[in-house]
Design a protein. Structure first.
Length: 218
């Protein structure tokens, strides 16, 4: 193994904040694949870095109370998406929680992926990646996409013009515009709800205007 490859990779991990996942694919500029893999193996043995999952490594942040702390799940799947060329997005249940549309917290992190379904351990957490159709991954990696998956998850029984109003207040204007224009990824019931939000009856208009800023729906 070229010593410069080992040095360059070690320095890359040391230059980013502890807990930042780095995909193997990003490190290939430092040397041939075999040399990069060997350098990563040695750095893992020294304890400088850890393997989050196949193709993703990180330099652990050390807590005085619990010792090494794994990176955030969303950061790991972001690096995994970069490494594998997959589209990965937060599951609708977590998306709804992030937007204040649900009070439920998933027991383990779940993400949707264009790749195969699989699980892996990240510290004490079991990470789940579930294969999804292209429509379910529309606008992946954007706030508009997070809102779309939250609305999909909540379903027609919960998504009303009042909920659309809450989503609009939670998103930047350009993100809400992107969400509204993604009609090709919406089921008919959701597209209809947006239409009723934009063309309300008098009763619906009064309901939307009186909607609280936060709604715990499920």
């Amino acid at each position: 193994m070229n010593v410069s490859t080992m040095t360059a990779i070690r320095e890359e991990f040391e230059q980013v904040a502890a807990g930042t996942p780095i995909p193997t694919s990003r490190l290939l500029r430092h040397g041939p694949r075999a040399a990069v893999d060997q350098a990563l193996s040695r750095l893992v043995r020294t304890g400088l870095i850890r393997r989050a999952t196949r193709g993703v490594y990180y330099r652990p942040r050390i807590s005085r109370l619990v010792g090494p702390v794994p990176p955030e799940p969303e950061a790991v799947v972001g690096a995994l998406a970069e490494s594998r060329g997959e589209s990965i997005a937060v599951h609708g249940a977590e998306a709804a929680r992030q937007l204040g549309l649900s009070t439920q917290t998933p027991l383990s992190p779940v993400f949707l992926t264009s790749g195969p379904s699989r699980t892996f351990k990240l510290g004490e957490l079991t990470m789940q990646l579930k294969h999804a159709r292209p429509k379910e991954l529309a606008l992946a990696g954007t706030p508009a996409g997070t809102a779309l998956r939250a609305l999909w998850y909540l379903g027609p029984g919960h998504v009303t013009p009042r909920v659309i109003a809450q989503v609009r207040s939670a998103l930047p204007a350009e993100e809400f515009k992107a969400l509204r224009e993604e009609t090709g990824a919406m089921p008919a019931w959701l597209s209809d709800t947006f239409f009723h939000f934009e063309h309300p009856t008098k009763e619906q208009s009064e309901s939307v205007e009186s909607a609280p800023k936060e709604l715990a729906l499920v």
